[in-house]
Design a protein around this ligand. Structure first.
Ligand code: AKB
Length: 312
């Protein structure tokens, strides 16, 4: 039976990946690593620790006999620009530490990359799997270096490491923290709470996005895939839907009235450096990736669930 450790367990992805893995492998086989804060309402095994503390992480791996790590702990793009040093420490040193422990304890590893590995010199439409990678954010730099590190450890030490370049993720459970794509979640909250939203990117900003259920499904699917079929050991392009901020606002407005104003801030420059749409045909061919949620279905589910959540 797999014994899984998830770092960043209470972040945007972890909050939904932990229950999905608990359901699949049983609560006793999933250890959620929280950073400092206690999460008392949590059902399952919880440990508290810092992903840059090798001894603490190794002790947890030994204590629970861990064989697979989903290393999700990371600073996102906007937060990374506020504190590039911290972004480097958490994103790079944290990953290196996990990979070194993976060599020592023969662990399988999942690590999330991002569309942030691309930059202004990358083709912006249908961005290919293999293309120019010149990111201009510290977050993107750490994701690109991290991808190369994952590939290096696979080639050098024969580790089983798998990774996805997530687009902006949209969910009604945990809110994202410090990302450039956060507007695509915040707009739903404000539409329900106040009927108005001031968007921090321009109305014609188009970015690749994905509903969280697809992201979780794809992550589990990649981890289940036959290793011999995987041809990418940096990180797989993974896509679902692309839309402009204005198209998202219009789709929400079809369901509930919302007035959106556009006031681009420093995050606009980051958004402008990223692709508008992604070619994920390699993932589709290698391990059968397929998304389920289009823009309309995602808006239905988001509004339905958030209306209930915000009424509490
Ligand atoms: C961010 O906006 O920083 C993230 C990402 C695209 O990786 N959501």
């Amino acid at each position: 039976m797999k014994k899984i450790l998830i770092t960043g367990a209470f972040g945007q992805i972890g909050s939904e990946l932990v229950p999905a893995l608990q359901k699949r492998f049983g609560e006793d086989n999933v250890v959620a690593l929280a950073h400092r804060t206690r999460h008392d309402a949590f059902d399952g095994i919880i440990e508290t620790g810092d992903v840059t503390d090798a001894d603490a992480i190794e002790a947890i791996i030994k204590k629970h006999n861990i064989d697979t790590v989903y290393h999700l702990a990371s600073l996102l793009s906007a937060t990374g620009e506020k504190d590039p040093q911290l972004a480097w420490d958490v994103n790079m040193n944290g990953l290196k530490l996990i990979l070194d422990l993976a060599v020592k304890h023969e662990l399988r590893v999942f690590w999330p990359s991002s569309i942030a590995v691309f930059g202004p010199t990358t083709p912006r439409q249908n961005t290919p799997q293999h293309t120019v990678l010149e990111p201009t954010t510290m977050y993107g730099v750490t994701k690109l270096a991290g991808e190369l590190l994952c590939q290096y450890y696979t080639l050098k030490y024969g580790l089983d490491i798998r990774s996805l370049r997530y687009p902006g993720l949209i969910s009604h459970q945990a809110e994202p923290g410090g990302g450039t794509t956060d507007y695509a979640v915040a707009i739903f909250y404000e539409a329900i709470k106040t009927g108005a939203y001031e968007c921090f990117v321009s109305k014609d900003t188009m970015l690749p996005m994905m509903y969280m259920d697809d992201a979780i499904e794809g992550t589990i699917q990649l981890m289940d895939a036959d290793w011999d079929k995987l041809t990418v050991h940096t990180s797989y392009n993974m896509a679902a839907i692309s839309f402009t901020a204005e198209e998202l606002a219009a789709e929400i407005h079809k369901r509930i009235p919302v007035t959106v104003t556009y006031k681009p801030d420093s995050r606009q420059k980051i958004a402008d450096s990223w692709p508008q749409s992604i070619d994920d045909s390699v993932a589709r061919t290698d391990w059968g990736w397929k998304h389920s949620f289009d823009l309309s279905r995602m808006c239905d589910v988001m509004l339905e669930n958030l209306t209930v959540k915000l009424a509490k």
